[in-house]
Design a protein around this ligand. Structure first.
Ligand SMILES: NC(=O)c1ccc[n+]([C@@H]2O[C@H](COP(=O)([O-])OP(=O)(O)OC[C@H]3O[C@@H](n4cnc5c(N)ncnc54)[C@H](O)[C@@H]3O)[C@@H](O)[C@H]2O)c1
Length: 265
């Protein structure tokens, strides 16, 4: 399995080093970053060519393009890689919040006989949601609580640095949430796609100046019964917005793709 990694930040670098040292059954053909210094820094740690452009990757024999860049980059990568027969492992899952774009991505994947892999990211319970929806889900709610510095860059009219106590910043559906927090609630879209969609999935986002961890809680109710899932994530040392578990989930997904034993729904 030949892979290219787009985005050499916290997640991309972690995946690259895991492939280099972890016996995952994958080989890194290319790394690429719009910030050349980041690609150069990663190239000192792993054996890989640095692509001069995404075009070079499209014209290579790479099987899977790993996107660990941004929501904007993710849409462009999906549009170009899928019809070219390259599967995409997507970290910026917010790129699939728009249902018409999701439909377009499916058609492009069909055209290229390629696949889209969405790691669980910073949450779990997606397997249970996928099973539960087979009999119908009535309610799915995500409650995200993060330290103030992890929410910087959110498109809200609140001075985050002035928050002194736990504060509800947002309440709405998952489609609205990803527009307000493009870098923070990718998990809301992963949960929506596993459950009842972006419009029906409810989201609350809290900023907590006393929190040290990124916490996600999922409540779901349906014909199966109910579930409650809570994860308290340590942030990545390189990027406080990103949970360590998100990077680990990408590595676990690569391992799953190449494994003969597929666990979980
Ligand atoms: N699914 C999840 O649960 C989850 C969790 C955390 C982060 N994320 C998402 O994963 C992505 C990567 O996160 P990160 O913490 O590694 O971010 P990061 O900021 O540490 O690294 C991103 C890197 O991508 C590069 N980049 C940006 N646009 C690019 C482009 N068009 N082409 C090539 N490189 C580009 C940047 O220069 C940077 O080096 C983000 O979009 C983030 O929102 C998803």
């Amino acid at each position: 399995m030949k892979v290219a990694i787009i985005g050499c930040g916290a997640i991309g670098s972690f995946i690259a080093e895991a492939i280099e040292y972890g016996g995952i059954g994958a080989e890194i053909s290319y790394i690429y970053d719009v910030d050349r210094q980041r690609a150069d820094a990663l190239a000192t740690k792993v054996e890989s060519r640095i692509a001069s452009s995404f075009y070079e990757i499209l014209n290579s024999d790479v099987d899977i393009v790993i996107e660990a860049a941004s929501k904007k980059a993710a849409q462009d990568i999906l549009k170009r890689a899928l019809p070219a027969g390259k599967s995409v492992l997507l970290m910026s899952i917010g790129a699939l919040a728009d249902m018409s774009f999701l439909e377009e991505a499916f058609l492009l994947a069909e055209k290229g006989n390629s696949r889209i892999y969405l790691p669980s990211g910073a949450v779990g319970a997606l397997d249970a949601l996928k099973s539960a929806r087979e009999a119908g889900l009535e309610e799915v709610t995500l409650i995200t609580t993060k330290p103030v510095q992890a929410l910087m860059g959110a498109l809200i009219d609140v001075k985050l640095e002035e928050i002194e106590e736990k504060t509800l910043l947002f309440e709405g559906n998952a489609g609205e949430a990803i527009k307000v927090f493009p870098q923070n609630v990718n998990v809301a879209i992963a949960i929506s796609l596993s459950g009842i969609g972006v419009e029906k999935t409810k989201v609350k986002v809290f900023a907590d100046p006393d929190a040290e961890l990124n916490m996600h809680e999922i409540y779901a109710r349906g014909a199966f019964g109910s579930l409650y899932f809570k994860v308290e994530n340590l942030p990545s040392p390189q990027n406080p917005k990103t949970s360590y578990l998100a990077a680990l989930s990408a590595v676990a997904t690569l391992r799953r793709i190449s494994s003969r034993l597929k666990i979980g729904t």
